[in-house]
Design a protein around this ligand. Structure first.
Ligand code: 13P
Ligand code: SF4
Length: 311
């Protein structure tokens, strides 16, 4: 299957972009694996004819918006995102009516419609830098992730108005779980994603995007880490750092299930919908294809391009 994918990819001049939360075998056949920021930069710069996005729907949508001449395909259209779903565009538009003078900043984990309602898009890799570049007294609405928004407010002393959304994977992580694993491994450093609640983040030695966590671990002199994010990142962490040890929150209570419908482990069911089988099928059929209204794409593109101009 791997060989068939590689042959088809070459024949059709397709590029496979994958997120760190996808299955190990998917990351292994990808041309590029990255965080949301790096993936959007790659999608903008590629000269391939087809972008196969092994990630979730908003990522493939973003790729199409910033590179509309390309055919963008996603292996499984059902690969959504609970965080993006927590901010329906019509409710958000209504919410914004209360804040007419505000700059609207949205985390990239949102629909094209929400991007079209936004002034600037950010990712966990550049949010602090972008907010910090805005005048201290600028009034800002931040959507959809209240945890990332809280983290930015606290870190930069801002008072952004927050939309009350969250990622089901990160938001259900409890402080007690982190403390339990830390008690077992007091020498280990805690690395966490800013989509986690503030009670969890206050116990972290390092907070950052998936790519930032990978960089931190690689450069750190520490030899063991407690990983507080979706478990797919372990593949790249272990690959880059074979001599280091990684503990996950469910290490003391291993879950046998991982059936894909469990909400109590750091496991994103949407990311795992990408498999070698449906990647091959998508390359063969060039379906499902991401398509959007031109006018919607034009409005959403402005806010994404503003983000890309910061990097
Ligand atoms: P990053 O890889 O940009 O940190 O995003 C994490 C995530 O939850 C993607 O949906
Ligand atoms: Fe969305 Fe959370 Fe999955 Fe990321 S981990 S794709 S934010 S549901």
């Amino acid at each position: 299957m791997k060989n068939k994918i590689l042959q088809l990819k070459k024949k059709k001049n397709a590029v496979i972009l994958a997120h760190y939360y996808t299955r190990p075998e998917v990351q292994e056949i990808a041309d590029f694996v990255g965080d949301s920021l790096a993936l959007s930069q790659k999608a903008a710069a590629t000269d391939a004819d087809i972008i196969l996005f092994a990630g979730v729907h908003f990522m493939a949508e973003t790729a199409k918006i910033i590179n509309p001449a390309k055919k963008v395909i996603i292996p499984n259209l059902a690969a959504g995102c609970s965080l993006a779903d927590s901010c329906p565009a019509d409710a958000f538009a209504k919410f914004l009516e209360k804040y007419p003078q505000y700059t609207v900043l949205s985390y990239i984990n949102c629909s094209a419609q929400v991007k079209a309602l936004s002034d600037i898009i950010v990712t966990s890799g550049n949010a602090l830098r972008i907010v910090n570049s805005l005048p201290k007294d600028e009034k800002i609405v931040f959507a959809p992730d209240r945890n990332l928004g809280n983290y930015i407010n606290q870190k930069l002393g801002r008072n952004m108005v927050l939309w009350d959304g969250a990622c089901h994977v990160h938001d259900q992580i409890q402080e007690e779980e982190v403390l339990e694993v830390r008690d077992l491994h007091p020498e280990a450093q805690v690395i966490a994603h800013p989509e986690c609640p503030s009670k969890v983040l206050k116990n972290a030695d390092y907070i950052g995007s998936t790519a930032a966590m990978l960089k931190y671990v690689k450069e750190s002199s520490a030899t063991s880490f407690i990983v507080v994010t979706e478990q797919g990142i372990l593949h790249e962490l272990q690959k880059q750092n074979p001599e280091k040890v990684f503990y996950t929150l469910d290490t003391p209570r291993p879950c046998e299930g991982k059936t894909g419908d469990c909400l109590y482990c750091a496991y994103c069911v949407h990311m795992k919908l990408n498999t070698l089988e449906n990647i091959l099928q998508a390359l063969e059929t060039e379906q499902p294809e991401i398509t959007m209204d031109e006018e919607l794409m034009a409005r959403a593109r402005k806010s994404i391009e503003r983000m890309l101009s910061f990097n």
